[in-house]
Write a protein that binds this ligand. Structure first.
Ligand SMILES: Nc1nc2c(ncn2[C@@H]2O[C@H](COP(=O)(O)OP(=O)(O)O)[C@@H](O)[C@H]2O)c(=O)[nH]1
Ligand SMILES: [Mg+2]
Length: 292
């Protein structure tokens, strides 16, 4: 229903609302191939060992179909396929109103209401999407890997600002230490922190062997505790809800205006603008007043 933007979604969301707010949402972002899916799967293993119920959303804004990348994700998360306490879903952008920015928070609500204690959201880092994921998450994890020129890319994409926890994956490969050092250097450059501010840790992992993943979970739990202590969790969640409301409101407005295209009211206003009886600003005002 979420993915299809079903009309029944409205009623469903009303029923689910009182059951939401319990889930801790972690976003994972980074370039394709950096090891997001492998890390997600390893994190699921770790959280399951801690007895947590887990939701996973793999979001691919670049693909209109659940194609190659997502299929790869499914293979990498296969080991959890039969665990009833783990729910995994791949979502591709369907191009319906609001697209991913509207569908992701709603999917999160469903998993939250279903009692997932932790929800991991994996997304490919392409342009705006990682920022969107950052605004959808309580904690954002940015993954890098050696030899991908990630450091420089990260700075460009503004990804340094969104990371609460940084992971240098593929630490079994040459250059992981250099990548971590470069990252550390860049984080220090951009630093304007005050006492009590969060200092994003850098964790080295070999996700394919589960190495360092426990440290990632510890870093996540520390960040979560910091968010709660400082009141930042409430701030982030309020911003998230605000963005969600705006996205829905804009989608509704857009669809109302969409149905206006070719409407006789516009034709009448257009004639008055052409004849000079009305200026286009005043015409737009009249149109806005007529749209309920
Ligand atoms: N050498 C090495 N390979 C890894 C590691 N983690 C993941 N990979 C491999 O890197 C490839 C891409 O991983 P994937 O999790 O699909 O990356 P994603 O595109 O970011 O989701 C796969 O072939 C993984 O097996 C690691 O720690 N070390
Ligand atoms: Mg992946």
């Amino acid at each position: 229903m979420v993915e299809d933007g079903s009309p029944a979604l409205r009623e469903l969301m009303a029923i689910l609302a009182p059951h939401t707010g319990g889930a801790y949402i972690v976003g994972l972002t980074g370039a394709p191939g950096v090891g997001k899916s492998t890390s997600t799967s390893a994190l699921v293993t770790d959280y399951r060992a801690r007895g947590k119920r887990i939701g996973v959303l793999a979001v691919d804004p670049s693909s209109p179909f659940s194609g190659g990348a997502l299929l790869g994700d499914r293979v990498r998360m296969q080991e959890h396929a039969t665990d009833p306490e783990v729910y995994i879903r791949s979502m591709a952008s369907r191009g319906h109103l609001g697209g991913l920015s509207a569908a992701t928070p709603q999917a999160l609500r469903v998993l939250d209401a279903a009692g997932c204690e932790v929800i991991l959201v994996e997304t490919v880092g392409v342009g705006q999407s990682e920022i969107e994921v950052a605004s959808a998450a309580d904690t954002s994890v940015v993954l890098l890997a050696p030899g991908m020129g990630d450091g420089i890319q990260a700075a460009k994409a503004g990804i340094l600002e969104i990371g609460d926890v940084f992971v240098v994956n593929k630490a079994d490969r040459d250059g992981a230490d250099a990548t971590a050092r470069e990252l550390n250097h860049m984080l220090a450059l951009g630093e304007r922190r005050e006492a009590g501010d969060w200092r994003p840790p850098i964790v080295k992992t070999v996700a394919s062997r589960g190495e360092g993943v426990g440290e990632v979970v510890e870093a996540l739990e520390k960040h979560r505790a910091w968010l709660a202590e400082t009141g930042k969790l409430a701030v982030r969640r309020r911003a998230r809800a605000a963005a969600e409301i705006e996205a829905i409101a804009f989608a509704v407005l857009r669809s109302r205006f969409g149905s206006l295209h070719g409407d006789s009211r516009i034709a009448v206003l257009a004639d008055r603008v052409v004849s000079g009886a009305l200026d286009p600003f005043a015409a737009a005002d009249e149109l806005l007043e007529s749209v309920e």
